[in-house]
Design a protein around this ligand. Structure first.
Ligand SMILES: [Fe+2]
Ligand SMILES: [Fe+2]
Length: 255
């Protein structure tokens, strides 16, 4: 049994100090791993990420993150990654992390991901150079996630991304923007790699729960969706996926 705390889209700015730090003690008591699903900052500014990195430096459990589109806005993603890693956070981008939880190995493959849409309404690698490059980025992101997932040889496999691999968790968002919220290519590789659980963010107006076409549970943990500091999920090979009972962080609800 493993317990995963997860949240996305915390969108830290210069005034956010303490928003996570004040809850880290409780998170580390109730979870084994803390995952952050991108859009860690508001505009991708180093000072914004520094506020978050200083909060996370107090963590007593492994913290693993991917970046989101907001973190790329100022083209500083490499410096933001270095900053987070200097405070002990593992940042994944087509890469993996393995965490030993008691007698179990948990593998996490992470990537930002990208848009492109879902069957019946997706963009294709055809026409103008801008269109081809948009869809190519999505395809390459999915390929890199595939390689990372297939390299894992662990009891549990978790995929962490910013963009959605399924349309289910986008319910509530405008249909017209689905192609900017995720890609079916991410869902396909999740199914191929027989992942146990997927986390994503990005869809602030979506819903928490979804499933890939192959039956893998997907959780949209964008903070505006879960309305808490984080959610805690319990994954058990025998009993499947459950959510930690009760409103674990009700006192810290975000409205
Ligand atoms: Fe966001
Ligand atoms: Fe986003």
């Amino acid at each position: 049994m493993i317990r995963i705390a997860a949240v996305g889209d915390v969108h830290f700015d210069r005034q956010s100090r303490g928003r996570i730090r004040d809850h880290l003690e409780q998170i580390s008591q109730e979870a084994d791993i803390f995952l952050l699903a991108g859009d860690l900052t508001q505009t991708g500014h180093l000072e914004e990420m520094n506020v978050l990195a200083e909060d996370l430096a107090h963590a007593k459990l492994p913290v693993i993150a991917v970046l989101g589109n907001h973190d790329y806005h100022l083209d500083q993603e490499d410096r933001l990654t270095t900053l987070l890693e200097s405070k002990g956070v593992t940042v994944l981008e087509g890469t993996t992390a393995t965490v030993q939880v008691r007698d179990t190995l948990v593998g996490i493959a992470g990537i930002k991901g990208f848009g492109g849409g879902f069957p019946g309404a997706c963009a294709s690698e055809f026409g103008e150079i801008e269109m081809k490059s948009f869809v190519r980025h999505s395809r390459i992101q999915a390929q890199r996630l595939r390689e990372a997932l297939l390299s894992l040889d662990t009891t549990y496999k978790v995929a962490l991304m910013h963009y959605s691999p399924v349309p289910d968790t986008l319910l509530g968002e405008k249909l017209e923007i689905y192609p900017f919220l995720g890609s079916y290519l991410l869902g396909e590789v999740v199914d191929e790699a027989k992942v146990d659980l997927v986390f994503h963010g990005h869809a602030h107006k979506g819903v928490e729960k979804g499933t890939t076409y192959g039956g893998v549970p997907v959780r949209n943990v964008a903070q505006p969706v879960i309305r808490h500091v984080c959610n805690i999920y319990v994954l058990d090979k025998q009993n499947g996926l459950s959510q930690s009972p009760g409103p674990v962080f009700s006192s810290a609800a975000i409205h």
